[in-house]
Design a protein around this ligand. Structure first.
Ligand SMILES: O=P(O)(O)OC[C@H]1O[C@H](OP(=O)(O)OP(=O)(O)O)[C@H](O)[C@@H]1O
Ligand SMILES: Nc1nc2[nH]cnc2c(=O)[nH]1
Length: 185
């Protein structure tokens, strides 16, 4: 499929910056302090949820100062589209999860179906404790279940389609160093 790069560039140029790189750094510092205080003695496996979790997970683990293993899970619901569908698994855990503490790191908790399914998968695979960390928690009343939230959250974000810092716009701008919202129609 051909991509109109002029459109991709224009979307970034016209986007609203919701959080700067400095805002994100501060949020990651806060999250890391909480995680360091909670998981230091638990020998966890820290999983990035690909693709979106790649950037936050990479930068978060360098702030964590205790022994851990790291890996990735790949499950996608949006598949580079602007609205979510059924969860599609591309890669499951390579480690045995039996008796392990697992920390799942993702970019965003939107409706939460992705995170809920991954937590259930890890529990079914025998993990003794499954915790979740997200940079952003989108504010609306469409969560997978009432009151759903991650164990560690960076920042609340408004109910708009956003990109940057791992989040894509049509597969692009995961590299944008900030959180941006596409202009409202
Ligand atoms: O809370 P939810 O409504 O389930 O949405 C959150 C998920 O959506 C995005 O992934 P996506 O399916 O777009 O795949 P990607 O990580 O490859 O962008 C994001 O990275 C989360 O994993
Ligand atoms: N890029 C992107 N992916 C998402 N997945 C769930 N919500 C969003 C969003 O607002 N932006």
């Amino acid at each position: 499929m051909s991509v109109d790069l002029d459109h991709i560039r224009q979307v970034k140029a016209e986007a609203d910056c919701l959080f700067t790189a400095a805002d994100i750094e501060a949020a990651m510092d806060r999250m890391a302090a909480e995680i360091n205080a909670t998981l230091a003695d638990s020998n966890p496996i820290v999983y990035s949820v690909m693709n979106g979790g790649l950037v936050i997970a990479g930068q978060l683990v360098t702030r964590l100062d205790f022994p851990m293993e790291v890996g990735y899970l790949h499950a996608t619901r949006y598949r580079n589209k602007l609205s979510g569908g059924e969860l599609f698994w591309k890669a499951r855990a390579e480690h045995s999860l039996v008796g392990r503490t697992v920390l799942i790191v993702d970019d965003i908790l939107d409706e939460g179906h992705t995170l809920a399914a991954i937590v259930e998968y890890c529990r079914d695979a025998g993990a003794s404790q499954v915790l979740t960390a997200v940079l952003l928690d989108k504010q609306h009343d469409r969560k997978a279940y009432a009151g759903m939230r991650a164990d560690f959250t960076g920042m609340p974000v408004v109910d708009r389609y956003i990109f940057g810092f791992g989040l894509d716009y049509k597969g692009y701008w995961r590299n944008a160093n900030g959180i941006f919202a596409i202009p409202e129609a």
